[in-house]
Design a protein around this ligand. Structure first.
Ligand SMILES: Cc1ncc(COP(=O)(O)O)c(C=O)c1O
Length: 453
């Protein structure tokens, strides 16, 4: 076979391919027209075709794009002190007893007694049991149904791998972008449609103020999987018990599986709004739940989460889903870090649990400050009560324009609602994850710039 060396010409959409003729040692050159998606300056050295599903994705993942715009703004205004209410990363230190437990575990690794290698891929038994005792035993779940992981985002990817490309998917619109993007990457969707601002084949379940941010299930198409994030990122809406009963009834009627993302469940204080989908009878036959210590205990960098797959959850042929999830975890995952698991275990002990709740209460106070300010300024404000996100409406304005205006006028980074789905257009999300002084400074800037609007 001839060796191929080729180069993209950036000026013209043509691909020059030079191939080496091994018999006479001469170079042949061909030129053909290509669709120039990007124009890498370097020589192409592989013959590997790009995964065409990744090619369907739009303009990169939302948060890197926000980061790019933030950097551009900072370059233009080098003295600006930018405050981020954007990505939703935690800012406060990990509580003391939890950090101490991790320190001890890390120090133990340097000793014969404290050293451990590969752990169980499903997580340490005591950690699974402690998660179960704190959050799930009262709703009938068992420790063997809990899989400890390096976080919910990673579990979502592994769940997609488990269900495979031929499943159909519904998402709340707007929602955490990972559900849509991972479905696109897996090949569960068609291409992006510019007019609807969505991907073909994907069912977008619109959640807006008009429907109390809960999808109109009487008009929703049946899909195999339903991603349901509660409380919702980005709208901050937490579903009532009645709404979740409706969701479970809908899934059961259609034979669908709900992938319930409870990453912010601990932020729910209203007793009428369940923290786990398993509070709804019958959910164990149509739902699995993923959750994380990221927004509970500031573990966004530590990395620890879990997914609960009930034994009763079955595929259409009766095969238990838990067996396949176990197979996936033991195949492409090697167990969460022992240091992180020591931290997770400490989160679930009385002292750590109390510290964790105090941390959550701190962020909830931030949310209340933001919420009150936007209300006082006369904006339509949603969320921020049972969630760390405040969803602010700017009717009729494109959300990237609002994002740009806030950045320009206040030096504050928010997240444009349209980045979470077409129904997010006209909104921006403000995250309550921030130091108190930054939140207070941010609200002063908002008052100054938008007080008179
Ligand atoms: C709804 C939702 N699910 C999952 C995650 C990811 O969590 P983790 O840090 O455990 O991967 C996030 C992070 O922002 C999120 O907003």
């Amino acid at each position: 076979m001839a060796d191929l060396t080729s180069s993209f010409c950036s000026a013209q959409p043509r691909l020059h391919i030079r191939s080496l003729n091994r018999t006479n040692g001469t170079l042949r050159s061909r030129c053909c027209k290509v669709r120039c998606v990007a124009a890498p300056a370097q020589e192409v050295t592989t013959g590997v075709k790009r995964n065409e599903n990744i090619g369907k994705l739009q303009a990169g993942y939302l948060f890197p794009e926000i980061g790019r715009r933030r950097r551009a703004h900072q370059e233009k205004n080098p003295d600006a002190k930018i405050i981020s209410l954007g990505i939703g990363d935690t800012t406060e230190p990990v509580p003391k007893s939890i950090a101490d437990a991790m320190q001890k575990a890390a120090a133990g690794l340097a000793t014969l007694e404290g050293y451990s290698g590969y752990g169980a891929e499903q997580g340490r038994g005591e950690v699974r049991q402690a998660i179960c005792d704190r959050f799930y035993s009262h709703v009938g779940r068992k420790a063997n149904e809990i899989f400890v992981s390096d976080g919910s985002k990673c579990d979502i990817g592994r769940l997609q791998m488990m269900f495979g490309a031929s499943t159909s998917v519904a998402v709340q619109d707007p929602s955490y972008p990972v559900y849509v993007d991972s479905s696109v990457i897996m090949g569960m969707t068609d291409g992006y449609d510019e007019s609807s601002k969505g991907f073909g084949k994907l069912e977008y379940m619109v959640c807006r103020p008009e429907n109390d941010f809960f999808p109109d299930l009487s008009n929703a198409r049946r899909t195999d999987l339903i991603f349901f994030c509660n409380p919702n990122n980005p709208t901050g809406a937490a579903a009532t018990r009645k709404q979740l009963e409706e969701l479970v009834a809908f899934a059961r009627k259609n034979g669908s599986i709900i992938i319930y993302d409870a990453a912010y469940a601990i932020y729910i204080s209203d007793p009428e709004r369940p923290q786990s989908i398993f509070e709804i009878p019958g959910a164990e036959e149509c739902a699995l739940e993923t959750c994380s210590f990221s927004k509970y205990a500031g573990f966004t960098g530590v990395r620890l989460g879990w997914t609960v797959v009930p034994e009763q959850l079955r595929y259409s042929d009766g095969f238990p889903v838990i067996n396949d999830f176990n197979r996936i975890m033991t195949t492409v995952f090697n167990g969460a870090s022992v240091v992180a698991q020591a931290g997770g275990f400490a989160c679930l002990q009385d002292e750590g649990f109390k510290e964790m709740q105090e941390l959550v209460a701190f962020y909830k106070e931030n949310a209340a400050i933001l919420r009150t300010t936007f209300k006082e300024l006369g904006f339509s404000v949603y969320g921020g009560e049972d969630a760390p996100y405040v969803w602010v409406g700017f009717p009729g304005k494109p959300s990237w324009d609002v994002f740009a205006e806030i950045l320009e006028r206040c030096n504050i980074v928010t997240t444009p609602g349209s980045g979470f789905g077409p129904a997010g257009e006209g909104f921006v999300r403000a995250s309550a994850f921030g130091h108190r002084e930054d939140i207070l400074e941010a609200v002063e800037r908002f008052k100054k710039e938008f007080g008179g609007r």
